[in-house]
Design a protein around this ligand. Structure first.
Ligand SMILES: *[C@@H]1O[C@H](CO)[C@@H](O)[C@H](O)[C@H]1NC(C)=O
Ligand SMILES: *[C@@H]1O[C@H](CO)[C@@H](O)[C@H](O)[C@H]1NC(C)=O
Ligand SMILES: *[C@@H]1O[C@H](CO)[C@@H](O)[C@H](O)[C@H]1NC(C)=O
Ligand SMILES: *[C@@H]1O[C@H](CO)[C@@H](O)[C@H](O)[C@H]1NC(C)=O
Length: 233
């Protein structure tokens, strides 16, 4: 659930933010937002050497750029591990000749993930893949075992056997590691601003003070969504 929320939020809001962030000076006229991401950011972020590419950006856009690069990297390692797990699941003899409609659907989902994983190129598809895998797996770790059917429990057992629950936990940890680096970037950014500019960033700095003390990771992820709104003007 955490993963799902996370990917959904950062993907859609990053799109909104970037599509409207004029200082990037990307030509997105005539493109829909998905295409903006694939054609421009994939070039920028896809092969980016962060320090080099970020140099031409304003300090504020550097902050966004840093964030998107971090999300790209977190997503990349997530889908790579998810593909490994999927591979094991699809080769698990216990699940193979299965008449259960639920298990069939689950395997169909995993197969679709693998097919798309093997051919994806664009960064928006990378984010979709995170969504796709977490949509079909994460809810198994939030079950009420007493109410779950044997098929559901079987899927849950297999996912755990191949480390999908660890993957979710790792994703959370990665997010928290990102947050620590984000604080440093924020401090740097603040250091570059004049009194006048600091005033303009009041809303963002206020949000940061609200964001910092949040302990619950899921709530923290949800609150992070607001960061992208400061790029919407
Ligand atoms: C990235 O840029 C930095 C600073 O310009 C440079 O030192 C580093 O070698 C570059 N890395 C790659 C992989 O190009
Ligand atoms: C995927 O599995 C292979 C073989 O078990 C392993 O070498 C590789 O490191 C794994 N990759 C990831 C991202 O977990
Ligand atoms: C298959 O994927 C759909 C859409 O992501 C999801 O709603 C559904 O719960 C998944 N099915 C199973 C059995 O996991
Ligand atoms: C995953 O689930 C969310 C919420 O139910 C939905 O909006 C999103 O489109 C799904 N993503 C994929 C790739 O199926």
């Amino acid at each position: 659930m955490v993963v799902k929320t996370f990917s959904f939020i950062f993907f859609t809001l990053a799109l909104v933010g970037l599509g409207q962030s004029k200082s990037f000076e990307w030509d997105y006229s005539g493109l829909n937002s998905n295409e903006v991401l694939s054609s421009n950011i994939a070039n920028e972020i896809g092969n980016a050497n962060q320090s080099e590419s970020a140099e031409q950006l304003t300090p504020k856009d550097q902050l966004l750029y840093f964030t998107l690069i971090a999300f790209r990297d977190i997503s990349q390692s997530y889908v790579d591990r998810a593909a490994n797990i999927s591979h094991s699941i699809l080769n698990d003899d216990d699940l193979k000749p299965n008449d259960s409609p639920l298990i069939k659907e689950f395997l169909k989902n995993i197969t679709e993930f693998m097919e798309r994983y093997e051919k994806y190129e664009e960064i928006d598809e990378l984010f979709n893949l995170v969504d796709l895998y977490s949509n079909t797996t994460s809810h198994y770790f939030e079950l009420d075992a007493a109410l779950a059917s044997p098929d559901v429990l079987n899927i849950e057992r297999k996912l755990k056997k191949y480390g999908s629950d660890d993957l979710d936990r790792e994703f959370e940890k990665e997010f928290l590691r990102f947050v620590d680096r984000f604080y440093e970037q924020m401090d740097e950014y603040k250091g570059k601003l004049s009194e006048e500019e600091l005033k303009k960033e009041m809303a963002m700095l206020q949000w940061l003070e609200e964001f910092k003390p949040i302990e619950n990771t899921e709530e923290k992820i949800i609150s992070f969504e607001k960061f992208f709104r400061f790029y919407e003007d």
